[in-house]
Write a protein that binds this ligand. Structure first.
Ligand code: NAD
Length: 251
């Protein structure tokens, strides 16, 4: 089950957190992995070392996914040059710039949209042709429970993550005839550096609305990515899977 031997994955923002967990999980299933990072070269190199220790090929690819078309095309080109193909793209890189609506400034809005929505669009744009030519591919976008429910203090983040769901469904419809699937993961509260500073009050609130009553782990999220990447998910596209302890129950 979920054998990814011979596949190549590109994971954005993979030097830590969920991206790192997904990169390692894909490698454990047999995939070679390109580890995209923006600034933390040493951390990315460490992830590459961990993947190589599993017997897989890996490279670190520096690049800012929020910097527009050329930057995303360069990340894809560097991956294709080093590893030869991209079967799986995981748009994981994301940021928060939380603020109340009436205090949110242009930079807070623009940076989050550029990173969490425009970045995935340009990454997908860059892998679409190679995947269509190969008549197969897996695109996995990291949305959020906030994108499905909205969240006070996260108008920018929730808008970008909701937009990513629209992008996921559109790409799924457009590329389906070429064997390329596109799905999204919508995590609830997961323990990573991104959420480490969350005030206790906010944690308690989330736990109160989470039926399974606990915070998730990177492994919980990585398992969903492995499934979407696998042959077993060949008949699944345009879907959003909540990895959120039951916080959002969509129909
Ligand atoms: P994190 O901050 O630990 O990791 C995010 C990674 O993305 C970092 O390595 C960061 O450097 C990288 N990154 C940010 N901007 C980038 C850019 N422009 N170019 C390249 N890399 C960039 O966060 P995480 O918790 O691992 O989150 C990963 C993804 O999951 C994000 O998209 C986040 O919105 C989403 N998510 C996280 C949670 C959670 O509870 N942790 C919940 C829902 C969704």
């Amino acid at each position: 089950m979920f054998d990814l031997t011979g596949r190549t994955a590109l994971v954005t923002g993979a030097s830590r957190g969920l991206g790192r967990g997904i990169a390692l999980a894909l490698a454990r299933q047999g995939a070679d992995v390109a580890v995209n990072y923006r600034g933390r070269a040493a951390a990315a190199a460490a992830v590459v070392g961990e993947i190589e220790a599993l017997g897989r090929r890996a490279i670190a690819v520096q690049g800012d996914t929020s910097a527009g078309r050329e930057s995303c095309e360069a990340i894809v080109a560097a991956t294709l040059q080093a590893l030869g193909r991209i079967d799986i793209l995981v748009n994981n890189a994301g940021i928060t710039r939380d603020n109340l609506l009436v205090r949110m400034d242009a930079a807070e809005w623009d940076e989050v949209i550029a990173t969490n929505l425009s970045g995935p669009f340009w990454m997908i744009r860059a892998v679409a042709r190679p995947m269509m030519k190969a008549r197969g591919g897996r695109i996995i976008n990291m949305s959020s429970a906030a994108g499905r429910m909205g969240n006070a203090g996260q108008a920018n983040y929730a808008s970008a993550k909701a937009g990513l769901i629209g992008l996921t469904k559109s790409v799924a419809r457009e590329l389906a005839s070429r064997g390329v699937t596109c799905n999204a993961i919508a995590p609830g509260l997961i323990e990573t550096e991104l959420t480490a500073d969350l005030p206790q009050q906010a944690r308690d609130y989330v736990l109160g609305v989470t039926p399974l009553g606990k915070i998730g782990t990177a492994d919980d999220v990585a398992a969903a990515a492995v499934y979407f990447a696998s042959d077993e998910a060949a008949y699944v596209t345009g879907q959003v899977i909540g990895v959120d302890g039951g916080m959002v129950m969509g129909s």
